[in-house]
Design a binder for this molecule. Structure first.
Ligand code: ADP
Ligand code: MG
Length: 182
């Protein structure tokens, strides 16, 4: 069996979770054995489910450490992982091992943090993946395609779980404009 890694990345509200759910649903229709994981810290919308901003959802297992995924996926055809940026670097090795084992791995996550810097293990995952899809949101200032997650809230923590109250999608010029005003 042939395994591989797919990465779906982009800013907040770009449709990463939607796209992940779409791919996993199609695998389920094809009678593949599918498991979905998310980091245990991301319980914004639901303890167990992966939920998109337009309220699509799929059953998932929250895990504290990436290694737990290896133990829970023997016999799986497809493994989905959402909010990959919240895992540590060991997620990269876990995904590589899964793919080497013959599993199709679909990872979704933020490629950049609110400062526009590469986020957690996602950049390294993009490097080792066979397929990388960058999806785009709509800039909340001008309506162009957005690649950045602009933080409206004042917090400077790298991780601030939030929704439209804390973040908005912005294109490069509008993101830079906002950063200047901070
Ligand atoms: P992500 O996982 O990348 O944060 P989701 O898949 O959860 O994105 O949500 C995508 C949905 O978010 C869109 O289909 C749309 O309904 C909604 N949405 C809200 N704000 C925006 C925006 N600025 N640009 C695009 N979609 C947005
Ligand atoms: Mg998401």
């Amino acid at each position: 069996r042939r395994g591989w890694i797919e990465v779906v990345c982009g800013s907040m509200f770009s449709g990463k979770t939607e796209e992940l759910i779409r791919r996993l649903n199609r695998a389920t229709i094809a009678r593949q054995r599918v498991e979905i994981f998310k980091p245990a810290i991301d319980t914004r919308y639901h303890e167990h489910d992966v939920v998109s901003h337009n309220a699509n959802s799929i059953r998932s297992t929250p895990v504290a450490l990436a290694q737990e995924i290896l133990l829970m996926t023997s016999g799986c055809d497809v493994v989905g992982i959402d909010e990959a940026q919240f895992f540590d670097e060991s997620l990269v090795e876990v995904c590589v091992q899964l793919a080497n084992r013959g599993t199709r791995v679909i990872v979704a996550g933020l490629d950049m943090d609110y400062a526009g810097k590469p986020f957690g293990p996602v950049p390294a995952l993009m490097a080792v993946a066979e397929y990388v899809t960058k999806v785009h949101a709509v800039c909340m200032c001008c309506g162009e395609l957005a690649s950045y997650s602009f933080r409206i809230a004042a917090s400077q923590d790298k991780i601030l779980l939030g929704e439209t109250d804390s973040y908005e999608a912005r294109c490069r010029p509008c993101f830079l404009e906002g950063m200047k005003e901070k």
